[in-house]
Write a protein that binds this ligand. Structure first.
Ligand code: HEM
Length: 229
């Protein structure tokens, strides 16, 4: 494209060139809904109670058990296996955080909410749908190494928590530079070489993953913030 003077202009492509860009663009409104939820807002502005924060960590535990058990089943899968990184595993950090937040008997004190049960069951079903698994992997881990780093700072300040106990979930020391990790993750998405149908399935599952996360926030909101939606 050029202007009347013949000078070249930068055209905004209708369809972003890389799959990682298309995925982000197609799901960003769902990200907004998760980010703008009443529970997340209370978390980010530091008004959420410590019990509410602990409640969220407990729900993460059930989701990540599903995510990491299913990920282990797909470790050698040609599509999903490339995303498998031991340094990403969150269960040991979640256990440390829950021990600190709820005490040694934390296992007896937590249970999944109805939305978390639905979310974990959906993740487990992805053992037979590797692209769908990638969607869930992307939604959680890319979120944890992005916006999760803001949550880490806010929660550490609001509840007096440390990287060792309380916000260990957000600490990814084994990954090195997080911007570099995010760039590498996008390259991996781009090199999947999915056909249009598989790409559409991955996008649709990512949108569902955001919605399922938002429903977990709705449960947490009802329990801790008196916010239903
Ligand atoms: C608590 C409020 C949240 C804030 C403030 C936040 C903030 C952000 C920011 C600033 C980025 C962009 C980072 C970049 O450009 O590289 C980002 C990316 C991302 N976030 Fe969030 N986020 C929040 C909640 C969530 C939730 C609840 C999820 C999923 C359940 C999520 C999933 C993601 C994903 C997957 C990306 C990567 C998008 C991409 O570049 O492809 N975020 N977030």
């Amino acid at each position: 494209m050029s202007t009347a003077t013949g000078a070249p202009t930068t055209a905004v492509p209708d369809r972003p060139e890389s799959f990682s860009q298309r995925l982000r663009a197609a799901t960003w409104s769902d990200h907004r809904a998760a980010e703008d939820h009443g529970f997340t807002r209370a978390l980010m502005d530091g008004t959420l109670s410590r019990a509410g924060y602990a409640g969220m960590v407990a729900q993460h535990y059930f989701a990540y058990v599903a995510l990491e058990e299913t990920g282990a089943l797909l470790a050698d899968d040609p599509v999903a296996g490339g995303f498998h990184r031991p340094e990403l595993e969150r269960i040991p950090a979640l256990v440390r955080d829950l021990e600190h937040l709820l005490g040694a008997d934390w296992r007896e004190r937590i249970s999944p909410t109805p939305a978390t049960r639905t979310y974990a069951a959906r993740i487990a079903q992805m053992a037979d749908h590797p692209e769908g698994y990638v969607a869930h992997h992307y939604t959680r881990y890319m979120g944890d190494v992005s916006g999760g780093q803001f949550i880490r700072r806010v929660a550490a300040g609001a509840y007096g928590l440390t990287d060792e106990a309380g916000v260990a979930f957000y600490v990814f020391d084994g990954l090195g530079s997080l911007p570099r990790f995010r760039a590498g993750y996008r390259e991996r998405l781009d090199s999947l070489g999915l056909d249009e149908a598989a790409e559409a399935r991955l996008v649709a599952e990512t949108r569902l993953a955001y919605q399922l996360n938002t429903e977990v926030f709705a449960d947490l909101g009802r329990m801790y913030v008196s916010i239903a939606a």
